[in-house]
Design a protein around this ligand. Structure first.
Ligand SMILES: *Cc1c(COP(=O)(O)O)cnc(C)c1O
Length: 346
């Protein structure tokens, strides 16, 4: 099976398993796991911040950021197609009592003007306390639902500038920040610079089995640690997992460029097929989103699945394919041939 559903489906390599099996460990709840501490120091330095905290999932990392920055009733702003809006089980409302205002981004990228437009001009007939208090702006880079697009740095700085001017704090969902770097040549720390906190994932394209980190200033991460415990995220000898993440940073970061080449090859092949609608310019990293115009996405992915290619349907005609560690150049060509067959009704 060529599994293109997500870059989360990778399995740890033998060498990664070995690094995990031999990891030096301690009790992370007491702050005593040397491998967790090493990973946290490494990630904080890579992202140019003071501190980092290792957590089980990217969802927990994002939710801890929301909890850390806000109080119940606050308003938070982000693209309406964000992972936090669509894929975190309503956590923002359930765990932090927040109201989300979804911004109308294009492929997940919204403008400074749109952020600015969320603020009512003050007037004595409009008491400010009627509104939920705007507190936090979140950005997702690369943007998953947007098709893995990379935020242009000027846009990123422009929206965070407006946020700061308006007294908001900022959080970056950088689950695939490594891919933004691989695709743009801009270092992770440069993307991270305008943000108070950043969430990163080791379990996506980097290929670790488990783990994410929340990164930010010492005081913010100290506050977030309290909520990590509250959410049940204190995981004792987590160094076994941190060793997988460290291995991924050491050995799988450089090769992310291969995934980008494979995704582009896939997109270019798809663009030549009848019955496929795809914007190749949108394929900037390892995610390929396209429409099958002549059939339902569900039927298309069923047909591909029967022939050994696993894809994810999204909506009536939308399909997602993601390249990763376990997908080689040959697999891309095989997948293209299978998709062509299914579209041709073969
Ligand atoms: C996968 C993902 C997350 C959360 O990751 P989990 O570890 O699956 O909870 C957050 N944000 C984005 C953009 C993602 O793609």
């Amino acid at each position: 099976m060529i599994d293109l559903r997500s870059d989360t489906v990778t399995r740890p390599t033998r060498a990664m398993r070995e690094a995990m099996a031999t990891a030096v460990v301690g009790d992370d709840v007491y702050g005593e796991d040397p491998t967790v501490l090493e990973l946290e120091a490494r990630v904080a330095a890579d992202l140019g911040k003071e501190a980092a905290m290792f957590v089980p999932t990217g969802t927990m990392s994002n939710q801890l950021a929301l909890r850390t920055h806000t109080e119940p009733g606050d308003l938070i702003l982000m693209d309406r197609g964000s992972h936090i809006v669509l894929n975190e089980g309503g956590g923002a409302a359930a765990l932090s009592g927040l109201t989300i205002r979804g911004l109308d981004g294009k492929n997940g990228i919204f403008s400074a003007a749109e952020v600015e437009a969320q603020f009512e001009p003050p007037h004595r007939f409009n008491p400010g306390h009627l509104m939920p208090s705007p507190r936090l702006l979140c950005v997702e880079n690369t943007h998953n639902v947007g098709g893995g697009v990379i935020w242009p740095l000027e846009e990123l700085r422009a929206v965070t500038d407006v946020a700061r001017t308006r007294g908001l704090v900022t959080h970056l969902d950088g689950a695939r920040i490594w891919h933004a770097t691989a695709g743009s040549g801009i270092e992770e720390r440069v993307f991270a610079e305008p943000f108070d906190t950043i969430s990163v994932c080791f379990s996506k394209g980097l290929g670790a089995p488990v783990g994410s980190a929340l990164v930010g200033s010492e005081p913010l991460i100290a506050r977030a640690r309290r909520f990590k415990q509250q959410y049940g995220g204190g995981f004792r000898q987590a160094g076994i997992l941190a060793a997988g993440a460290l291995f991924a940073l050491d050995h799988h970061r450089e090769r992310l460029g291969d995934d980008l080449v494979h995704a582009r090859r896939l997109a270019e092949g798809l663009a030549e097929l009848d019955g496929v609608d795809i914007d190749v310019r949108r394929v900037q990293t390892n995610i390929v989103r396209f429409q099958v115009t002549a059939m339902r996405a569900g039927d298309f992915v069923d047909g591909c699945f029967e022939r050994g290619v696993h894809l994810l349907p999204g909506g009536e005609h939308g399909v997602r394919a993601v390249t990763h560690l376990d997908v080689g150049a040959e697999d891309v060509l095989t997948a293209l041939a299978v998709m062509a067959d299914v579209l041709a009704g073969a």
